[in-house]
Design a protein around this ligand. Sequence first.
Ligand code: PLP
Length: 383
Amino acid sequence: MKRIYLDHAATTPVRPEVRMGILQYMETEFGNPSSLHDWGQHAHDAVEHARRQLLRALGAESPREIVFTGGGTESNNLAIQGAAKKRRHIGRHIITTQIEHPSVLETCRSLKESGFEVTELPVDENGLVRVQDVERALRPDTILISIMAANNEVGTIQPIAEIGRLLHDKHTLFHTDAVQFFGKVPFSVQDLHVDLLTIGGHKIGGPKGVGALYVRKGVRISPIVHGGGHERGMRPGTYNVPAIVGLGIAAELAAREAEETRERLTRLRDRLWRRIETEIGEVRLNGHPEQRLPNNLNLSFHRIEGQAVMLELNRMGVAVSSGSACSAGKHAPSHVLMAMGRSQDEAHQSVRISLGSTTPEEEIDLFVDRLKEVIAYLRSLIR
Ligand SMILES: *Cc1c(COP(=O)(O)O)cnc(C)c1O
């Protein structure tokens, strides 16, 4: 049976171009970038090349604005903890939303123990943050706002540029988690008016365990791990050269292809949704109907557990996700769907289908055929 992977919001296959780059820096160019001999210098050059690839991919101004990290989770921690620590003498108030990835939400919550106050903004039934709510929550002691560019579960895209403009002449730092957004929608950090922006390698065809944080020129944050002077002291530790090389290649490709990816995936996703709506029915789309990632469909099939759909599809060689990957295993309902006002039952019915840039067109129809069979079977059990 042909296997179908539609869980690209959880992770993506490593692109062949990325694999080649990684191999080269594991096999022959294995030096430590901090060493002064040729081995070290070659590795150093590779890291700086990757930094410039990221600079261009994000539309940054200076290579110094790119900090390499150990992934999206670490970038979010560095942005939030680093900003909080550096600015605690200015104020102790942080604004975020109820639907953030746990690496943002739990980081903000942990800061409450050291005297910070956190406002978690609600969202509407489509998972959208209201700009007026941000405006109203702002205080003179607000040092940081962290709002994700696009949600990993339901795909809703937030009005980041609008919020960024609102903060333009304020001292409040603006961070966005763009792990899911990057590569699906073309953007630059200038258009978004953000000070800090997170990306991760493995959601864009790069390796796991590597990411980056964009830190706008002039913005100061404290390190969260201590050691040598790497990354201008913001993130010490010997560079993971192969992973950084891989991230650079993946980011360059993702940015270059973003417009094409958006158009293609929107077309495939819309066809998928039309077929599901008309041929399967009794299904609700979760997240914003238009303002959403082109690769994401989050659905609730009435009276059917998302977990059951996922497991049955898996038996037929298809990967999708029920709940977010991070909370799967735990049987707590998704905090995102709960924040959108869904009941616990509705939240348990959700299934996330996420396409990727490598998803071939013919997989869409093949997938719907299998999904039809699975839903018909599960419905037959409850009738
Ligand atoms: C996957 C993901 C993260 C975490 O990134 P890792 O590299 O897996 O640590 C953070 N935010 C969002 C929105 C994600 O989808």
